[in-house]
Write a protein that binds this ligand. Structure first.
Ligand SMILES: Nc1nc2c(ncn2[C@@H]2O[C@H](COP(=O)(O)OP(=O)(O)OP(=O)(O)O)[C@@H](O)[C@H]2O)c(=O)[nH]1
Ligand SMILES: [Mg+2]
Length: 376
């Protein structure tokens, strides 16, 4: 074969390789955009509480592992530290890197700031925390990276210390009511189910009020949880008045001598002001008869990050929120929302949800939480 013939063969070969490469690239891009799981992982809308209905359960559970593990390999229950693996990835990563440094330089501050913001601690708290630490470094009180991290840890715990995190019930006779509020999909009904089991195990007598009359399935879901703990569930008709369901439940509890009514509410109605008005009414009517509302617990989904803060403000305006339950901390990289809620709104976080199972609800412990978030 002459030299021009072999040049042609080379050209054809190069052309074929190029065409193959472009084809592979095109195919991989196509399958990536067409993947339904990736498409579903769109970031949570920046303003979901404008209309609570826009926080769909799909986005709310966005970051959750499909099959959360209930126990470690050796069968023991997984610790909070294990379950907060994702949240730790943000702050713990920065902390690990800072601990590996020989001095506190500018990049140390940058890394800590980035880690805290990634965990959704919030700009205000982050500036405040790091500002205080900077002053201590500038004054010569802190000179080494490990002392800096120890101080950061202590400051974070101090910010959460001292709040009353107990769940109140009344001292006198008559039913106490714990009302659960929050946008749809955050975990209200699941939290009631978990608490129903916990309180029953402690010997408290309880019954459940299916105050979410917006969807028929809501009462079904609550009934399943009630059956699990052997508790009566007071229900109304779909689309019925949530206040009258809660009122009936309180009267039933009073008649039976039951201590506690756990009242579910809808996470969405036709529009936001409906929801807030309805909640205020439920709160009032719950106390019209023999009951006293001793807790109004706002449930926030940790995976929605700083949106939780907006929700807390809005619900706080409609009804006096006495505590926050932060759910889905097991699958969230944004556990820092706890700081924003507590320090900016002064509402104590009382419980955290770390899974979908009945035992996956734990009292909030600041030191344990900071350890889990910051790492060793
Ligand atoms: N991984 C994880 N999932 C949770 C947790 N809490 C609730 N979930 C899940 O979140 C989803 C929504 O929970 P629900 O209890 O139905 O939420 P809700 O606030 O009652 O929702 P609406 O009734 O629509 O207002 C369910 O699939 C729960 O299993 C948690 O702490 N961790
Ligand atoms: Mg519900």
């Amino acid at each position: 074969m002459d030299s021009s013939g072999s040049q042609w063969i080379y050209l054809v070969l190069i052309g074929a390789v190029l065409a193959f490469g472009i084809g592979v690239l095109w195919w991989s891009r196509r399958s990536r955009t067409g993947n339904p799981t990736t498409a579903a992982r769109s970031p949570v809308s920046a303003t979901p509480v404008e209309t609570p209905a826009s926080v769909t359960p799909e986005t709310a559970v966005d970051e959750i592992d499909p099959e959360p593990e209930a126990s470690a390999d050796d069968g023991s229950p997984r610790s909070l530290r294990d379950r907060l693996g994702r949240a730790r990835a943000a702050i713990g990563g920065a902390v690990g890197s800072v601990l590996g440094r020989s001095a506190i330089d500018d990049s140390v501050w940058e890394e800590l700031e980035e880690g805290l913001l990634l965990a959704d601690v919030g700009v205000g708290v982050t500036d405040d925390l790091l500002g205080g630490l900077r002053a201590r470094v500038d004054s010569g009180e802190i000179t080494e990276p490990d002392a800096l991290i120890a101080a950061l840890r202590a400051e974070m715990v101090a910010r959460l210390d001292g709040a009353d995190r107990g769940l109140s019930t009344r001292d006198d006779a008559g039913p106490s009511v714990w009302l659960f509020v929050g946008v749809n999909g955050v975990g209200k009904t699941t939290t009631i189910g978990k608490l129903a089991s916990r309180e029953t195990a402690r010997g408290v007598t309880a019954l459940l009020a299916a105050g979410d009359t917006f969807r028929a399935a809501a009462a079904e879901q609550l009934t399943m949880w009630g059956e699990r703990s052997g508790l009566e569930v007071v229900r109304g008709s779909e689309g019925g008045d949530p206040s009258s369901v809660v009122f009936d439940a309180v009267e039933r509890a009073a008649a039976k001598g039951v201590d506690l009514v756990l009242a579910d509410t809808a996470g969405r109605l036709h529009n936001k002001s409906n929801l807030m008005d309805e909640l205020a009414k439920v709160r009032r009517v719950a106390e019209k008869g023999a009951g006293v509302v001793t807790e109004t617990l706002l449930v926030i989904d940790a995976t929605t990050g700083q949106n939780g803060l907006v929700q807390a403000r809005e619900f706080g305006e409609a009804t006096a929120v006495t505590g926050v339950v932060v759910t889905k901390l097991d699958g969230s990289a944004k556990g820092g929302i706890v700081f924003a809620v507590e320090t900016e709104l002064g509402i104590p976080v009382k419980l955290v949800g770390v899974g979908e199972g009945v035992d996956d609800l734990v009292p909030f412990d600041p030191a344990e939480f900071v350890d889990a978030l910051v790492g060793d």
